[in-house]
Design a protein around this ligand. Sequence first.
Ligand code: GTP
Length: 618
Amino acid sequence: MVEYDRHSQREEPNKPALRTCIVGIGGAGSNVLDRITLDRTVEAHLVCMHTDIRVLGHAMAPVKIQLGAELMRGIGAGGDPDLGREAAMFSREEIRQAIEGHDIVFICAGLGGGTGSGAAPVIAEIAKASNALVFVTATMPFSFEGRRRLNQAEEALNQLQKRADALILFENNRMGELILPKDGIQKAFAQADQLIAQSLRAVSTIVSTPGLVKLGLDDLTSALSTSNGRCLFGFGEARGQNRGAEALKRALKSPLIDQGRLLHQTKTLLVHIAGGETLTLMEVDAVMKQLGRHVPDHTHILFGVAVDARLGDAISVTLISSLGLSQLNTIAAAAPPANMLPMTDRPMPSLADAVAATPVAAAPAPVAASAIATPAPTPRSRAPRQAPAPAPAAIEPQPAPAPAPARAAAPLTRDDSMDLLFKDDEIISLTPQEPEAPAQSVEDEPELFPEAPAAVSQFTEPPVQQEYEEEEYYEEEEPSVSHSSFLPESEIEPEPLAPEPAPAPAPARLRIEDFMTPAPAPAPQPQAVAPAPVQQPRPATSPLAAVVARTNLPPEDLAYAPPANTVVAKKPTNQEQIDLGFSDQDRGRFKDTEPALASGGEDLDVPTWMRLKRKLKR
Ligand SMILES: Nc1nc2c(ncn2[C@@H]2O[C@H](COP(=O)(O)OP(=O)(O)OP(=O)(O)O)[C@@H](O)[C@H]2O)c(=O)[nH]1
């Protein structure tokens, strides 16, 4: 018998690690990025982008980009996605510089406001143009935030689906299930931020950490692939005696998989188990057997195990899958009790089987950041990882579900389906030949600023050691899941449809058309230029939590191209870091918008750290 050497380095030593970048956009994106920065669990280039200089000034990410500095003058987009989009276009060069050179770009934003909804699709497109694999995690607004925000969020979602390789959508309404109704709104946001941060961490770990049984980008995109569906995500981590069972229990309790109910219908399920050096075969076997009670026999299991020294004595279980909207609606209509499928005792692929079957048995070397040797995102055959157990009771080989297109795993190429936003030499050559649809809904906008575009600023700070004065405020204990909604809508005053921020009377506002490539000019369309946004059908009863959109980029809206010379990236200087010195009473970027109030009168739009009245000390 050959002894397995846990420390052997089987991966090619000189293989470059996947370079990962996480971009947080707007207030929500910035909050999630703060969470990730504090946790220090994801090894990635963290970039915060916002129009609002005050929020940006307090963000913890080491790299910050002020979007549309001259256009926005450091003020938030005030809930106007068109402003957010224009701001991103002005800053496209800095965005490109921050993103380029990365293999995977995660984009994180709260949809419904101005900056996140408007800028995220632009940034996704820049990321795609740099050949990165683009993952988007976004939140949908609480229902009590009002119809206007929801509409804006759906419009942004529609645009993001066309540009992202995979999109995981978190519905803030669902996040309420993570906490008790009596808990404050800030706790709901905090829990939501934590779950989103966990999903980013899980996905980046899966694709970048060498594993005993390796899962790759192709597995991930296969699990996420469905033409028009929603992603199911569950994550649990536990320590102690029954840590495997407990971690699985927590993963199954995720509201994003509807307490495990949605796994009944899934065709492909990605399961990733990670633990420290003490992870045992028995524990992995136990988790897989237990999971077998929750998924049907025909489910195609993509199974990965990794030993990651950073986890210490913890075990984490990640479940990722997807369901078509029709299936989701069926499930929602005929919802069985939350109990899982009856126990079938169907054996799941064991670790030993999987190890024996996998040709990619990467060494579970103690993970030091620099020691992670990760494979390039090339398409790999999934067949050997089906772990056909020699025992007759092992999982049946399943007919492979629609495999992930090779393109999803391979470095992305610029194809002619790419929407083209920018008049940039390297991008413009990809302009689709067919006539572009007119830019949406911006032509009739009031003009705000007469000035010509000027330089936008970017300032890059070294990581600042900032600490909250108080202790960790995310509670460790298992959240209650006994409440199906966070706040009944009836208890919330409907959000008045507040007027948009009053446009300044200045006559020469910069418009998207000013940046458009002159030809081919679509025929002018009188009045009918604002096509009704294509809205995602939403499940009637169960607002489930995640959406996957495989990239299928039809050339259409957002066809604008700012001149390449309008933006001059400034060298970072200390002077550009503005001392904001605002008080807790100041609504900052929200001052021109209607407050989104919870019943207690709290302003939901205020960032988490502000709502919690945390002070930062340097
Ligand atoms: N989960 C979560 N959602 C948030 C948080 N903050 C805001 N949101 C949601 O994200 C939506 C957009 O809010 P922001 O991100 O603050 O808005 P923005 O994109 O910065 O846009 P402007 O403020 O208009 O410039 C809100 O309607 C909320 O539903 C947060 O901390 N966590």
